[in-house]
Ligand binder design. Structure first.
Ligand SMILES: C[S@@+](CC[C@H](N)C(=O)[O-])C[C@H]1O[C@@H](n2cnc3c(N)ncnc32)[C@H](O)[C@@H]1O
Length: 206
């Protein structure tokens, strides 16, 4: 019937959802910087596939989508959103799904990660090497992840940018309770890092 990709980002999953389906795909992405690679990715698709994609340049809770999909995917989104925004997303998804529709998402970690540093694999582009180092530190009782991106050329740093993220560790019971109060019923999945919930054929109207 339809698919909603909530927090499509650069479109890495949107492309899979379009290629593997034959139904309308709604890519919801409020951040303009993310929509740039998202749209570049969609632009490369065959015209008949591109015709099935709608890009919603707003948060999920502002799309107004109602009963348009039987699958919603929120990949790498729920852990990044503060609690109030997260609760709004559950309701938006419950509205977007048709009765019987399925939501797949990855839950936030139950606890903040330990302080530490790690690096993402470097990527060579022509003469430049793109690197990203991540530092995790305690921050106001939670955790801050600082990503430092560097471009190296001939052994010298020629560009450097920083970006901070606050992941939102959340008790698993909350991640069961919140979708339920939006009308979604949790269902088992074969993988412990994946959660799923269905919108039952009947749910109480709020
Ligand atoms: C970590 S990225 C994940 C992107 C993509 N799903 C992936 O796995 O590569 C999280 C995305 O969620 C988006 N986002 C944040 N709040 C949102 C909301 N209320 N509704 C829809 N998307 C949201 C952000 O703009 C960001 O692009």
């Amino acid at each position: 019937m339809g698919v909603v990709d909530v927090g499509a980002g650069t479109g890495i999953e949107t492309e899979v959802l379009v290629r593997e389906s034959s139904v309308p795909v709604h890519a919801v992405e409020p951040c303009r910087a993310m929509r740039t690679p998202l749209l570049a990715r969609i632009a490369r698709l065959p015209a008949c596939s591109r015709a099935r994609v709608t890009v919603h340049p707003c948060p999920a809770e502002e799309t107004g989508l109602r009963h348009v999909a039987d699958l919603a995917v929120a990949s790498n989104v729920i852990p990044c959103v503060p609690p109030a925004g997260r609760r709004a997303i559950w309701h938006a998804i419950a509205n977007a799904l048709a009765p019987g529709g399925l939501l797949l998402f990855d839950p936030p970690p139950a606890h903040p990660a330990l302080p530490g540093r790690w690096s993402l694999p470097p990527v060579q582009v022509g003469p430049d090497v793109y690197r990203a180092d991540v530092t995790s530190t305690p921050h106001n009782g939670a955790q801050r992840l600082r990503f430092t991106y560097r471009v190296h050329r001939e052994g010298r740093v020629v560009r450097e940018e920083h970006e901070d993220f606050t992941p939102w560790p959340t008790h698993p019971a909350v991640i069961t309770r919140e979708p339920t109060s939006a009308g979604l019923i949790p269902v088992p999945t074969p993988h412990p890092d994946l959660r799923a919930a269905v919108l039952p054929a009947w749910r109480p109207e709020k």
